[in-house]
Write a new protein. Structure first.
Ligand SMILES: [Zn+2]
Length: 226
């Protein structure tokens, strides 16, 4: 533990595997209330040092406990996790999370089944696009007047089958884009730390909802005002 460990977790990154596991449980409960991980959907992972922690697959994310969290190495191989008596397996998002860790040096990657993300994915072709909305300033490297774009890939019958498409989308996305949307499904969001990833996820969710509402009002969210 360094001296900064005495600061509250909301002001700093995780500094131990135990902190990462505890935080994944807390975020699972929080994101459930937002409708991001209901119906056992979505996923949460956090990196700490040379380890990546991930929630299990197909369970109620609001009820996960630290002893059900998987520990992976930087190659994405499970090195520790709940014993066979739990009957669990690692998140099906694992290869998709690993793409963001590998290609963007992410500190955390989140996957949301938010209805706002799902609806917004229906209203744009290959890229979600928005400009001149205050919440754009919550994205690292993005500004209010930018035309901010998020790639949209097509959904597949199984989550892991998204791997090649999400990899290509991350590789081609601008550096200040921190998400990939999956049509009729949801969104993957990352950040340098769990704090940035959570902030990005909240700002994107706001922008997705805003864009849906603007389109209903006949407004184009990808155009500047005036
Ligand atoms: Zn999903």
């Amino acid at each position: 533990m360094t001296g900064s460990a005495s600061r509250p977790l909301l002001q700093r990154d995780v500094q131990s595997g135990d902190e990462a596991k505890q935080l994944i449980c807390e975020l699972g409960a929080l994101f459930y209330t937002l409708g991001w991980v209901t119906g056992t959907g979505g996923g949460i992972s956090i990196k700490c040092g040379d380890r990546i922690y991930m929630a299990p697959s197909g369970v109620q994310k609001e009820h996960i406990t630290p002893d059900t969290i998987y520990e992976l190495d930087l190659q994405g191989e499970v090195v520790a996790g709940p014993g066979p008596e739990f009957g669990l397996k690692v998140s099906e998002c694992q290869p998709l999370f690993m793409a963001a860790y590998r290609l963007r040096g992410a500190g955390a990657v989140l996957h949301s089944h938010s209805v706002h993300a799902m609806l917004a994915s229906l209203l744009f072709d290959q890229h979600f696009a928005v400009t001149h909305i205050e919440m754009l300033k919550g994205m690292a490297g993005a500004g209010y007047t930018d035309l901010h774009q998020v790639p949209i890939i097509e959904n597949t019958p199984r989550e892991h089958m998204l791997k090649d498409a999400i990899t290509a989308a991350i590789e081609s996305a601008p550096a200040n884009t921190h998400a990939v949307m999956v049509r009729r499904h949801g969104v993957y969001v990352w950040g340098d730390t769990w704090i940035a990833a959570k902030r990005h996820a909240e700002c994107y969710d706001y922008l997705f909802q805003a864009a849906v509402e603007m389109k209903k009002l006949g407004l184009d969210p990808s155009l500047p005002p005036g």
